[in-house]
Design a protein around this ligand. Structure first.
Ligand code: OGA
Ligand code: MN
Length: 298
């Protein structure tokens, strides 16, 4: 009997001079293993993929897509940063919108709002954990009429463009990352010691070889507070300098959301940030599924 040759019909068209492609020719609701392999090959090349969908995927479809690519992040954060119940019923659906558990806008003083404001800073997801995020898939269920683009920066292109002397100077350095560092910058200041203890800091190499694509990349985020073994301010200055360098316009793509879009990014090769909008006036319902390097402990 002839083997069935399963080949994906995935197509990519570039959206930016250095990274980012729009994907077509496949149905995210009916992914084959060949499609999943083609998606991994495409993201290794482009770092960010845009999938247009006529209607948003259901949470179940969205999670099934993520699960084809690796173990999913489970969120324990919401129960901690407010007494409120989560809005979404699945542990693996991360809520990054501005709605409360009844679907109304978060109020000005809500701690969850301050928590989400941390996303306005350049970052990569879950770098504050030993078990890093690899892929994030963000799905647009409701979008405000203006603003709220999401921006991405290519950290491989940024690394390649560094002067040789700088590459040598940062080789082997390790940064400390903490969720509480970036949340404080975002305005969440009343964090208790009990809350802090739930998420200890993590250490990661500042330059790493991407485990899938083998390409060198700067691994940086607003979660990174300092360089391990360096005087704090000296490390701070280096991290700020690298962040500025890596987020120059030539390395940055701004995504204008359409309803139903899923944008998938490689957290080990890019940084991203949210941009402002009138979040106490307009609803933004955005849901994320995140693939981690390793299965997460319960
Ligand atoms: C995220 C994130 C940015 C945005 O989902 O990880 O940072 O524009 N989102 O919502
Ligand atoms: Mn993020």
């Amino acid at each position: 009997m002839d083997a069935i040759v399963d080949k994906s019909s995935l197509k990519t068209s570039p959206m930016h001079p250095v990274f980012v492609a729009e994907v077509s020719g496949i149905d995210l609701r009916k992914l084959t293993q060949a499609d999943a392999d083609a998606i991994v090959a495409a993201i290794n090349q482009y770092g960010v993929l845009v999938f247009r969908n006529a209607a948003p995927l259901t949470d179940e479809e969205h999670m099934a897509f993520g699960a084809m690519l690796g173990p999913l992040q489970k969120l324990k954060m919401l129960t901690m940063i407010g007494k409120s119940k989560p809005r979404l019923k699945y542990q693996t659906m991360i809520d990054v919108g501005n709605l409360d558990e009844t679907g109304n806008l978060l109020e000005e003083k809500d701690r969850r709002r301050a928590y989400h404001n941390g996303n306005l800073l350049w970052h990569t997801d879950a770098s504050f954990d030993d078990n890093r995020a690899v892929y994030s898939m963000l799905s647009a269920h409701a979008i405000p009429p203006v603003g709220a683009d999401t921006q991405f920066a290519d950290m491989r292109a940024a690394y390649n463009a560094l002067p040789e002397a700088k590459k040598i100077a940062i080789d082997g350095l390790v940064a400390e990352h903490s969720i509480w560092y970036s949340r404080a910058l975002g305005g969440l200041t009343d964090v208790t010691d009990a809350e802090k203890a739930t998420r200890p800091a993590a250490h990661h190499k500042l330059v790493h070889l991407h485990p899938k694509s083998n390409k060198p990349s700067i691994y940086l985020a607003s979660h990174a507070s300092h360089i391990v073994g360096w005087e704090f301010e000296k490390g701070r200055a280096l991290l700020d300098e690298l962040t500025q360098f890596a987020t120059q316009e030539r390395f940055v793509y701004s995504h204008k959301w359409r309803l139903g879009d899923i944008v998938m990014w490689d957290n080990l090769a890019t940084m991203h940030r949210a941009t402002p909008f009138e979040d106490t006036k307009y609803k933004r319902d955005m849901r994320r599924v995140t693939v981690l390097e390793e299965e997460m402990a319960d």
